[in-house]
Design a protein around this ligand. Structure first.
Ligand SMILES: [Zn+2]
Length: 409
């Protein structure tokens, strides 16, 4: 089976190129390829980029709030409590159905690689993981999914979770998660981090923790994790989601932590929907966003992701990277065509680095997973939340259209 994409605008090149695909893999990327192919698509000078990567999505929780979510405090702590009520009623089939929906909806927007967090705790036990393992299998033709064993309620604070974490890895979780900020005291948060490394080393797994998702400037789990990453030789395999406290520390301390993150080959994943969930501030409003610009300037690999879709934390969210990417651009105040490219990297290559994907990109012999985006620049892609065609292994698997129609009377 051969496929020829004509007149593709790849981000790295000034000229339009043709892409020749044989049996689901890129064979040639050159100007003016004149070969016969089973199918020929004219990209008409639009962007052709690798499929999007969502490196932080809670598929077990997605759509739990379809019937409503009420909130009095607007804090993260309240959101966690709201989720408890949803979680108590989890069944493997219920989780499976919602997780499949979250994956399929993401694919519709051009995401074919997802790192999904799955709650492991004494409220739902291993039920969420059972459902997500089934969902991963159900969607394996259209998406590459990694599952993170995520102790949302803490490990020591929620007694019994340590054993469940090992069981989760035995059942097939791919990545070890963590939530040190859930522990009561700093010493226990550090023990939490040490235990996460111990489990990861046992299973030779990557680590992806929710790090210091708190406005407490004295939280230290992020710097401790970066330090342990270097000590244990885990560089390039550890990701911190949120890293909120960095924004609340003084510039001198935050600068030192960012330097350490760089040395540790640390990945940071920023989730812009926290604007809605980290508590309502007085002016000037910070809203729980980490220091995106400083991290990027220091060369720390920084990605962005959807995090939550219509659950106990947040009633919105579509799973569209051009949607949450735009929100990210506003938060970081990235408002030039050059800076729009930084945000586009955050939903593609930087996010692929978080997932440690080895064959990601439009290169010969790599799997032909790409989107044709109906825009000619990254800023236009975000501005229009552009229409797109989604290909996985050289096969068209989704079509998203944002086109409206003006009826003039
Ligand atoms: Zn999260």
């Amino acid at each position: 089976m051969t496929l020829l994409i004509k007149n593709a605008q790849l981000r790295e090149y000034k000229k339009q190129l043709d892409i020749f695909i044989i049996d689901g893999k890129y064979a040639k990327i050159e100007e003016n390829i004149n070969s016969d192919a089973d199918e020929i698509i004219d990209a008409q000078g639009n962007l052709v980029t690798p499929t999007f990567v969502d490196p932080h999505l809670h598929i077990d929780k997605a759509y739990t709030a379809l019937n409503g979510r009420s909130s009095e405090e607007g804090t993260l702590e309240e959101s966690i409590k709201i989720m408890h009520d949803f979680k108590k009623n989890y069944t493997p089939e219920g989780v499976r159905a919602r997780a499949v929906r979250a994956i399929r909806d993401s694919v519709k927007f051009g995401v074919t690689k997802i790192r999904a967090n799955v709650d492991i705790d004494t409220i739902c036990g291993l039920t969420a993981l059972e459902g997500c393992l089934l969902a991963k299998e159900d969607t394996k033709e259209i998406a590459d999914v990694q599952l993170v064993a995520f102790p949302q309620e803490g490990i020591f604070r929620d007694s019994g979770t340590e054993k469940l974490m090992y069981q989760a890895m035995d059942m097939g979780a791919d990545v070890v998660g963590g939530m040190p900020a859930a522990e009561w005291i700093v010493e226990k948060a550090k023990e939490h981090v040490d235990l996460v490394f111990k489990i990861a080393q046992k299973y030779d797994a990557d680590i992806d923790m929710h790090m210091d998702q708190t406005k407490d400037p004295y939280a230290q789990a992020l710097e401790y994790t970066a330090f342990r990453t270097i000590e244990l030789g885990y560089q390039g395999r550890v990701t911190g989601g949120h890293c909120t406290s960095l924004a609340y520390q003084n510039d001198v301390h935050a600068g030192k932590v960012i330097e350490l993150l760089k040395l540790a080959g640390f990945n940071v994943c920023v989730n812009p929907q926290v604007l809605a969930i980290m508590g309502i501030d007085s002016e000037p409003r910070t809203r729980g966003i980490t220091r995106v610009r400083e991290l990027i300037e220091a060369g720390v690999n920084t990605a962005t992701s959807q995090d939550t879709i219509c659950d106990g934390f947040h009633i919105y969210g579509t799973g569209d990277p051009l949607d949450y990417g735009l929100l990210m651009a506003y938060q970081a105040q990235y408002n030039s065509t050059t800076e729009a490219k930084i945000v586009y990297d955050m939903i593609t290559h930087n996010a692929a680095k978080v997932m440690n994907l080895k064959n990601y990109g439009i290169k010969a012999d790599f799997p032909a997973d790409f989107n044709i985006i109906y825009a000619d620049t990254c800023s236009e892609a975000f501005r229009k939340r552009a229409s797109r065609l989604v290909y996985k292994s050289g096969k068209l698997i989704a079509r998203y259209s944002n086109e409206g129609e003006l009826i003039h009377i």
